[in-house]
Structure formats: structure tokens, C-alpha cells
Design a protein around this ligand. Structure first.
Ligand SMILES: [Zn+2]
Length: 135
């Protein structure tokens, strides 16, 4: 509609009106272009934000069990899993591959066995010091 007004002003040779109308048209076009550019940037930024969030691997909040992922079942070879029941941590076979007769065991029992195994291969401090001096 404003274009019709510009055309009529030109036909009627109202140059001041034509100049003002053309200035308004140009200003309106610049503002429209700038707003579209801003909207496109906002959409682009939001899409990047969503894509970044979706590409992040989900971090599972695993409980910090002492022996997580360390042992396999002696009977079936499956990994042991750890869980807490009534305030105690238990390890048990996942039994994913085949039927397995192994039952759960308390973490403290495993810790005792691990301590004994480490003690068998640990040098006494005095002997270790002597070996270091002689080396
Ligand atoms: Zn098993």
C-alpha cells in the first residue's frame, strides 16, 4: 500500500512526500532484513545448543564399589556385579551367558581374600629396604 502512495506521489510530482515514503520503505526493508538475520542466528544458536546436549554421552552415576568390574565368575566366566542390600555390598555373578550355581558373596569376604593374596606377595619392609640398599 505504501508503494501505491509512493507511485501516486511520483505521478503528482510531490517530491518531498515521495522522498519520505521511499526513505520509509528503505528503512523498513533494512529493519526487516536485520530482524530476519537476528532470528536466523537465534535459531542457529539454539539448534547448536540442542545438538551439543544430545551429543554428550550420558554419564551414569555409578556407585563407587571397590571391586567393580574386576572379577569374573569361576564357574561360567561372566562378570561379577556389585549391589547394596541392607547396608552391605555384595558381589554376585551376572549369569548372563548360562545358568550358574554361584551365589552372592559379601564385599568384606572378597576384601579379606584380596588382602591375604597381597600379603603372600608383599615383602617385609626391612627386607625391601635391604634390597634397595644392595641395588
Ligand atoms: Zn557365574
Amino acid at each position: 500500500m505504501i508503494e501505491v502512495a509512493a507511485a501516486l506521489s511520483g505521478i503528482l510530482q510531490h517530491w518531498t512526500d515521495l522522498f519520505i515514503i521511499l526513505a520509509l520503505l528503505i528503512f523498513n526493508a533494512i529493519v526487516g532484513f536485520w530482524q530476519e538475520h537476528q532470528a536466523a542466528n537465534a535459531v542457529f544458536d539454539r539448534v547448536q545448543e540442542v545438538m551439543t546436549q544430545k551429543s554428550k554421552p550420558k554419564t551414569l552415576q555409578l556407585k563407587p564399589y571397590l571391586y567393580r568390574g574386576l572379577f569374573r565368575c569361576g564357574e561360567c566366566g561372566c562378570f561379577f556385579t556389585t549391589e547394596t542390600q541392607k547396608g552391605h555390598n555384595y558381589l554376585r555373578c551376572t549369569k548372563r551367558v548360562s545358568a550358574c550355581t554361584q551365589k552372592y558373596v559379601r564385599e568384606e569376604a572378597i576384601a579379606t581374600q584380596v588382602d591375604r593374596a597381597i600379603e603372600r606377595v608383599t615383602l617385609e619392609a626391612a627386607l625391601a629396604d635391604q634390597m634397595v640398599r644392595e641395588a
